[in-house]
Design a protein around this ligand. Structure first.
Ligand SMILES: [Zn+2]
Length: 543
């Protein structure tokens, strides 16, 4: 059989079990039919074959992003987007400009600002009031665990001095108990639930934008970590029409305010959500929050500004018995679970919950995942392997920037600080790693993820000290976590994630071989081609 397409003259890192390197790949009917030397693969050329000389470029399995917020992220990019803005003054200027340019919007929505731009990570409502006072403004920060609101928004939600903190959240207050304009975790919902939701066309436009962006970065598959019913409709619509060229595994959010009956709805949604390149086989839970706002669930108490223990251990999103019961029921129904676990206590308790589910239901190939794993106690590291739980992690965060150096390390115990993002430890203990960017929290650029995983420092500022250098990964392992490891987490490893005959031709071609470069050099590499099942979904100019 003649090939439809041959990529030749490349450095083909197959990411197969032996991590073989070859020169050429042949594709027919959307699948890889041969991998080998240029001359071996050339034998499959026929009159209709398109042969592309990749000129020494690197050919990899398409990158996969095991944790992102693709659909919502695409939509948010069309709102008041602060993700590219730096510093409080620039944020306020942009918000004022956006409000002036959109006089018909009844609410100012968007977000993406960085906590490091404000003292203690907490901006105030008065700052917002100075630029928009007439309309409600609510802007989640880049990690989506807290939101900045103006006075009008707080008034509409009836949030005042006497409003109690909701379960799983906190209303930041001044010394008199007055809300300052920052709502943490579930407290965001007090305002966000009142804000208008995007319509079907806005959601579809956002998803198309996000997909195009992902393909441009060489990404061919992802897990969307939060798929609400309206966004699921959008995914299904694009999957049915064939427009969804990215393979997407959707995580259906478990809603802590609803009861047990939601499992039946999730089972129905899994059924309708299995169409084209879409599957919806996971349920997403939040065990805890994030460390920067002291909502990550920790084993040791947080420290105060003077370094003394506070007696605070973070905020749990569930009572543990409840989480255990929900997870066990989802497991019994055949779902994978994807549990947000940042603190070392959240990691330990989530592993306990999964261990109990396996004991109750029997162990199966469930591929449960803990997302982020910012801290893990040494004793829990081997449990990823023994329980078969995937560490779904964001390597970009594992560096000594201000979130870690100023907002984290001073406020946690030395034992916890010695186990920040312990990716090397998990890998050495035989645990499965999958890389997810958490976009829009961070850039989805896989080259940036790889560079940080290898350097444990910001590749753009070469003077950075590495964060816990023992936790660095070698490039081969990092690439595996960004390809076959992420594919495994999405049940796509039998068809994608490596370059082997029989697998789908989801491929990316880079203009240089990363193995020849220091980590900072990865960022200069360019994507030439992205293929999904052999079809070009992105081509750089001239390719
Ligand atoms: Zn996330």
């Amino acid at each position: 059989m003649a090939a439809d397409l041959i990529l030749t003259n490349g450095v083909v890192h197959t990411v197969d079990a032996a991590r073989s390197v070859r020169e050429a790949v042949a594709v027919a009917d959307g699948r890889i039919v041969a991998v080998g030397s240029a001359s071996e693969v050339a034998e499959l050329a026929g009159p209709g074959t398109r042969t592309v000389d990749v000129e020494g470029g690197m050919v990899l399995p398409g990158f996969q992003d095991a944790h992102c917020h693709l659909a919502m992220g695409g939509y948010e990019r069309t709102l008041c987007d602060l993700s590219e803005s730096r510093g409080s003054q620039e944020h306020l200027r942009r918000i004022g400009e956006y409000a002036a340019a959109n006089p018909d919007r009844e609410w100012i929505l968007g977000g993406g600002w960085s906590m490091s731009d404000f003292p203690g990570g907490i901006p105030t409502r008065q700052q917002l009031d100075a630029v928009v006072a007439d309309r409600p403004v609510i802007l989640p920060n880049s990690d989506y665990h807290g939101a900045w609101a103006n006075t009008r928004a707080l008034e509409l939600a009836g949030i005042g001095r006497d409003t109690p903190d909701p379960f799983g959240g906190r209303i930041e207050r001044d010394q008199h108990g007055e809300p300052v304009g920052m709502l943490q975790e579930s407290a965001m919902g007090l305002v966000l639930d009142l804000a208008p939701k995007p319509g079907a066309e806005q959601r579809a436009a956002g998803l198309r934008t996000a997909q195009e962006y992902y393909h441009r970065l060489g990404i061919t598959a992802c897990q969307d970590a939060t798929v609400e019913p309206d966004y699921q409709d959008t995914y299904e619509r694009l999957a049915r029409s064939g427009e969804l060229t990215l393979r997407v595994r959707g995580n259906l959010s478990w809603n802590p305010t609803l009861g047990d009956e939601q499992l039946d709805q999730l089972i129905e949604r899994r059924l309708s959500g299995t169409v084209g390149r879409l599957t919806c086989g996971n349920v997403k839970f939040f065990h805890d929050g994030v460390v920067e706002n002291r909502t990550a669930a920790m084993l040791d108490p947080y420290l105060d500004a003077a370094g003394a223990p506070t007696g605070e251990y973070g905020i749990d999103q569930y009572r543990l018995e409840e989480l255990a019961r929900h997870v066990a029921r989802c497991d019994a129904a055949g779902f994978g679970t994807h549990i947000h676990a940042i603190g070392d206590r959240a990691v330990r308790e989530s592993l306990d919950v999964l261990e109990r589910a396996a004991a109750a239901n029997g162990r199966r190939d469930a591929r449960h995942q803990l997302a982020h794993v910012q801290f893990a106690h040494r004793d829990d590291i081997p449990r990823f392997r023994s329980l078969g739980v995937i560490a779904n992690v964001t390597p970009l965060w594992a560096r000594l920037e201000s979130y870690i150096a100023e907002l984290t390390i001073p406020f946690i115990s030395p034992a916890a600080a010695a186990m920040i993002y312990p990716f090397g430890s998990i890998l050495r203990a035989g645990g499965a790693l999958a890389f997810g960017s958490d976009w829009t929290v961070s850039t989805p650029d896989p080259l940036h993820q790889l560079a940080t995983a290898v350097a444990r420092a910001d590749p753009e500022t070469r003077s950075d000290q590495p964060l816990l250098p023992d936790e660095r990964l070698d490039l081969g392992s990092a690439i595996a976590a960004q390809t076959i490891g992420a594919a495994y987490a999405s049940f796509l490893d039998d068809t994608t994630g490596s370059i082997e005959p029989g697998k789908l031709a989801d491929l990316v071609v880079l203009d240089r071989d990363l193995f020849e470069l220091p980590p900072a050099g990865y960022l200069e590499a360019g994507v030439r081609l992205t293929l999904s099942a052999g079809e070009t979904v992105y081509a750089a100019p001239g390719w």
